[in-house]
Design a protein around this ligand. Structure first.
Ligand code: DX5
Ligand code: ZN
Length: 218
């Protein structure tokens, strides 16, 4: 399977969000990555439901919603109703992760779990068979434009091995500091979805930046 690209609108121009969504619609981007931050699980606040619904209105690609919030169960249905196709919750934010994952699936969304840089992938051993996707954080969540953490490659090897044993169809997404310098190596290491914020939106030609990420490692 060719890897997917999910441009992150955290790095978009919020005063020109429709323009930036249309740019993604007309690019090789596969999903639109939507970062939700609550100022509690992470030290930053991004945006909420009205913005997600507005994005959905113009999006021709699936919304890949990444919840960096405490107790996400409270809001899963609201994000589904706002247009999410995938919902990612954090391992570190979910004491009853199995229940949370079942609920996301009952809502009809792809169910995904993110792990922070310090969280071993092997903690997903008993849940990975229930998941559609695992998101490996390659920076500490909370901000765009941070430096990629190289231990991500080791984590990709771990999740690739776990997926081969328990869930061969699993999407493996990498999020944070992804750009032209590491994309090919990430795909080679097992990433099947690359999230990219700054490397797309700060490029002179964002459509070309997405195309370059899409052809990385092929
Ligand atoms: C970080 C977010 C990322 C962010 C990535 O907490 O989860 O999705 O938008 O931004 P870049 O690609 O700029 O590191
Ligand atoms: Zn994200």
């Amino acid at each position: 399977m060719n890897h997917l690209i999910a441009p992150s609108i955290l790095a978009a121009d919020f005063a020109n969000l429709q323009r930036d969504i249309e740019m993604i619609n007309n690019s090789d981007g596969d999903w639109i990555h939507v970062d939700i931050m609550d100022g509690m699980f992470v030290p930053n606040i991004s945006f909420g439901f009205p913005v997600v619904s507005a994005v959905k209105k113009h999006a021709k690609k699936d919304l890949d919603v990444h919840l960096m919030i405490v107790d996400p169960d409270r809001y899963l249905k609201a994000f589904k109703d706002a247009g999410a196709a995938s919902i990612t919750v954090h391992y570190e934010a979910c004491p009853n992760l199995h229940r949370t994952v079942q609920y996301i699936k009952e809502l009809g969304c792809r169910a995904s779990v993110a792990v922070n840089p310090h969280t071993p992938v092997l903690l997903l051993e008993d849940i990975v068979a229930d998941l559609d996707m695992v998101l490996i954080m390659s920076v500490n969540p909370g901000f765009g434009g941070q430096k990629f953490i190289p231990n991500t490659y080791k984590k990709l090897a771990d999740i690739k091995e776990l997926a081969a044993r328990k869930n061969p169809g699993l999407y493996i997404e990498v999020d944070g500091g992804v750009d032209g310098s590491n994309a090919a190596k990430l795909v080679e290491a097992g990433a099947t979805v690359l999230v990219a914020g700054n490397s797309v939106f700060s490029a002179l030609n964002p459509v070309q930046a997405i195309a370059d990420l899409k052809s990385s490692g092929l």
